[in-house]
Ligand binder design. Sequence first.
Ligand code: NAP
Ligand code: MG
Length: 499
Amino acid sequence: MSTLHPRLGQTAARFIQREHLLLIDGQWVAPRAGGRFEVEDPATGLLIAQVAEGQAVDIDLAVAAARRAFESGEWSRCKPADRTRLLLRLADLIEANGDELAQLEVMDNGKPLAFARRGIAGTAEMVRYMAGWATKLTGEAVPLSIPGQWHAYTVREAVGVVGQIIPWNFPLSMAIWKLAPALAAGCTVVLKPAEQTPLNALRLGELILEAGFPPGVVNIITGYGADAGAALAAHPGVDKVAFTGSTTTGKRIVQSALGNLKKVTLELGGKSPVFIFPDADLSAAIPGAANAIFFNSGQVCSAGSRLYVHRKIYERVVADIAAYGDRLQLGHGMEAGNDLGPLISKVQMERVQRYIDSGRESGATLASAPRQLSEQGYFVPPTVLADTDARMNVVQEEIFGPVLCAMPFDDDDLSAIAGLANDTEYGLFAGIWTQDIGKAHRLAARIRAGSVSVNAHMVNDPALPFGGFKQSGWGRERGREALELYTELKSVAINLGQA
Ligand code: NAP
Ligand code: MG
């Protein structure tokens, strides 16, 4: 009997059931050691696919292919407009295959189809945005003051072969956020998707070949982090590693990168605060703050996981956010009407449950209504923990589940409020809900985080840089900054001789 959901389209079902190999040098090849690992549907816990287990030896082959492709110059030194054209073709293919990609995302990750569909449309836009930058990566002429006559200029060159390691929370978007700027800059890539969600990276590999990218420009190695991932991060033939995932693994990546001092960018965890002031439009702030934590079942690096509400409105706002969460319907992502899917795995589900238990044991109160969930799948209901405080580990550590820690604030001193925001090792995102725009700007200026949203949550636009202060990471994704981090800056000075 098929373990696939009956609503799954035939194209997606056929893809899932196909043999899945590694993409090296433009060819689909079996892993050298011949290993396989299994992929499950997190909404049922049933196994749906087998995928090649790439290991260090396969990483070697992929890096060698990426190196040959880079050195040949066919991609790294081709006309920038040719890179734009190919990336635009890829964006069109993503869009044309959007229904299938969205269904694969649901089966792999568990999220509801409507959200997956929106995410796929967003990835096509990200590719288009980055495609446009290929022709706009300019240097500048630099006037020199030293004696003599000079013409000096800077130029941006592709950094080289890039290793990219991504997580499972937004499988296709994470792949595209990494690939698109690297390719626009002229790099060649070895991508390792998360072991839980390899399917869409593999389907993307097919679309990349269909678009006509030269062999070796994009190589995709599915496998385990501790093996394939670690080999990629440590590889002496890799010029840069770009990673998204946990802060713990991020620190390991930095250590692995020491050998050849490859460049490193990291997009890591968060424990992002959301502030609701008494003058906020609560009809927007309540669903906004609820979605900031419950969207994608809280498996979002920028999730608004710490909620600070002014004491004047604390009781009401916390009760309303908990009630909002209670109304969200959990279930299989392929079934219409479900707002939330499962967590990604049994490990994650148990980890999140342990956090909920530990919060309650340390004195937090549960504002959410208890729920009976189906036995199948890795579901955790939206959970609001009230009366938490800064010393609790639920308030300090990234939970990565639909768990909100609510706390009142009664100080009107913005420095003290910013102190609450900054009382964490992370610095990824912060949300502010108030009608007083002056206050919003003053508070935004004091918060140590890479992104701040005012009267909105998680503003996702390809042009808006995204990334972390403190232990939330190094570098930025999206925007021109993402692209420049895939380049090296060269300065050239020419002695023009005597007049
Ligand atoms: P993770 O370990 O950081 O995994 C992210 C990626 O890194 C995966 O592709 C993983 O491969 C790979 N990896 C793991 N160990 C590696 C190593 N030593 N060298 C190179 N690559 C390695 O995250 P996780 O284990 O899936 O989740 C654990 C926690 O991380 C979550 O509970 C959450 O708190 C946090 N997390 C944060 C984000 C984010 O966007 N900030 C995303 C995901 C998870 P495998 O798939 O084989 O492990
Ligand atoms: Mg892991």
